[in-house]
Design a protein around this ligand. Structure first.
Ligand SMILES: [Zn+2]
Ligand SMILES: [Zn+2]
Length: 253
């Protein structure tokens, strides 16, 4: 059954590839024509609407700061939480056109949207992330049931785009061993409790991360509870530094 599904998915991909060769590429958001050389399937106007330049972020949690506020070691959004990662790099704030696009990546068969978001993330954050000097990119794993029903694993596609840009490997060392339910209905403190113990490392990788610098990738970061739990696990396994690249930084309330 699994191999039949795989063949069908490959046939669909092949068909889409042929169509892309025949038709001029179009903007994924407004359907405007794009040049054949366009790396990202978005026109300039939509790119600006989706990811306007960010003035400044909190160094620790990636919260987007109002113009004129100087970034500091922490901010009102993260001062009450013990976060185990070292830095967060967001593409933008979870609102407006970026929110629309992120929600599209959560729909069935949204591979093309996720890849577009991933390429935009890599283009915008590539230079900053290169300075972090990560050894590997690790997508935050989805629970198998969620992955099955959605058909697309957005963090994994995002990780692939960043890894290509940075010239480092994607490593699938993390396993989500417990379904945690949607975090959005929980209070900030409950989110940290909810994800405690929800991940593990593959047995063969237990000693692999000594002194490593790792880049986690996810689509939305709100309180940072999920990424912090994964960072805790990796630091316990010896990782030296952990950064998080995220498409959208949402307000945690
Ligand atoms: Zn457009
Ligand atoms: Zn902060």
């Amino acid at each position: 059954m699994h191999s039949v599904l795989r063949i069908w998915q490959n046939l669909q991909k092949f068909g889409r590839g042929l169509l892309n060769l025949a038709l001029p590429p179009r903007c994924l958001r407004c359907d405007d024509d794009l040049s054949h050389e366009a790396v990202i399937s978005l026109c300039l106007k939509c790119t600006q609407a989706i990811a306007p330049e960010i003035a400044a972020c909190c160094d620790r949690c990636g919260a987007i700061l109002p113009e004129g506020v100087i970034p500091a070691e922490c901010c009102p959004a993260c001062k009450d939480f013990s976060l185990k990662f070292d830095a967060v790099y967001p593409l933008g704030h979870y609102e407006g056109a970026l929110r629309e696009l992120v929600l599209k990546t959560k729909r069935l068969s949204s591979e093309a949207v996720s890849l577009t978001v991933g390429r935009l993330l890599a283009e915008r954050l590539g230079e900053k992330l290169a300075k972090f000097r990560a050894d590997a990119v690790l997508p935050i794993p989805m629970h198998w049931a969620k992955r099955f029903f959605r058909g697309v694993n957005s963090p994994e596609l995002l990780a692939g785009c960043l890894a290509k840009k940075l010239g480092i490997p994607v490593v699938r060392t993390l396993v989500r061993c417990r379904y945690t339910g949607p975090q959005k209905n929980l209070l900030p403190r409950e989110r940290f409790r909810n994800v405690r113990g929800a991940f593990r490392l593959r047995r063969s990788d237990q000693k692999r991360w000594q002194d490593s610098r790792l880049l986690l990738v996810d689509d939305i970061l709100t309180t940072g509870a999920t990424c912090s739990e994964v960072a805790r696990l990796l630091k316990q396994a010896g990782a030296a530094a952990i950064a998080v690249a995220v498409v959208a930084r949402a307000d945690g309330s």
